[in-house]
Design a protein around this ligand. Structure first.
Ligand SMILES: NC(=O)c1ccc[n+]([C@@H]2O[C@H](COP(=O)([O-])OP(=O)(O)OC[C@H]3O[C@@H](n4cnc5c(N)ncnc54)[C@H](O)[C@@H]3O)[C@@H](O)[C@H]2O)c1
Length: 265
């Protein structure tokens, strides 16, 4: 690993992991956990925020360097800003903010409920702009800072499955672009990874491990992605290797969104 983030402090919202581990592994690996571990592996001090403190603590226990776990409920507006304040105060700076937390509804339009819509909106979008808003002043003061939002291909393509997920993931990309364009001339960058099928604890929890092969059927690369591959893309966007990239959505989907919708030969 390089030390691309040496001396920097990162905050990962939703940096625990919720769901079963992959076969043969003991540590459940989700995108947030993999991102925290990757940033740490490249030298960052990482603050891990999660609604279940124990999940954040487990991530911090697996970091390569210093870290801090923080309890935060993304569905609670005040909690989002408070967690950023803790993160920034504890280590005295905040250079990288990764808005990873996300919940997937499962309601198509016919049965879309207000409750599900509001909850998805609060967690998938509101928590992200509140987190960015809380982190922004310190970054503006220091003249640099980077945001990476963890999006989904559901924000650019419909899975037919969940209206609230698709709509909030699309809105999340709008938040990402706003931050990028508004503050680009003040040293702030903002980008998103748009993830396809990732073999994460989240997917295992919601859809089961058995569907893995079926999910891979629609992927030109013929396999699901791994949280570590999502994390590599996040690390790239957060790093100086992406110094002239802002306002962009990097699709990490094994080719799904580039493919004509016919089965692989
Ligand atoms: N796995 C995939 O295939 C896939 C595909 C596309 C996008 N994504 C995106 O990846 C992100 C999440 O991935 P993950 O693997 O880290 O998920 P995960 O379900 O493992 O969740 C990560 C952590 O978020 C925490 N969390 C849940 N609700 C919270 C809340 N209200 N406040 C604070 N923390 C909360 C959980 O406790 C968990 O520890 C989401 O934004 C999701 O939309 C995943």
């Amino acid at each position: 690993m390089t030390g691309r983030f040496s001396g920097q402090v990162a905050y990962v919202l939703g940096g625990g992991s919720d769901g079963p581990a992959r076969s043969g592994e003991s540590l459940p690996m989700g995108n947030g956990r993999a991102i925290a571990m990757r940033l740490s592996g490249e030298g960052a001090t990482v603050v891990v925020g999660d609604k279940i403190l124990e999940r954040a603590q487990t991530t911090v226990a697996h970091l390569d360097g210093p870290g801090l776990s923080v309890e935060v409920d993304a569905s609670d507006a005040a909690s989002c800003a408070a967690a950023v304040a803790v993160a920034a105060d504890f280590f005295g700076r905040l250079d990288i903010v990764v808005c990873n937390v996300g919940v997937s509804g499962r309601e198509p339009l016919k049965v879309q409920s207000l409750e599900d819509w509001t909850f998805a909106s609060d967690v998938n979008v509101r928590s992200h702009w509140l987190t960015a808003q809380a982190a922004l002043p310190g970054m503006l003061d220091s003249g640099s800072g980077t945001f990476v939002f963890v999006g989904s291909t559901a924000g650019i393509l419909s899975s037919r499955r969940s209206l609230s997920y698709e709509a909030t993931k699309a809105a999340q990309l709008a938040v990402m672009r706003h931050v990028a364009v508004r503050y680009a001339d003040r040293g702030i960058r903002s980008n998103a990874v748009v993830l396809g099928n990732i073999d994460s604890a989240l997917v295992r929890r919601e859809f089961g491990e058995d569907g893995s092969m079926a999910r891979a059927q629609v992927v030109p690369m013929a396999r699901e992605g791994r949280p570590e591959e999502a994390a590599a893309a996040v690390a790239f966007l957060a790093s100086d290797d992406a110094a002239y990239i802002t306002g962009q959505s990097l699709v990490v989907d094994g080719g799904v969104s580039a493919a004509w919708p016919v089965p692989r030969p």
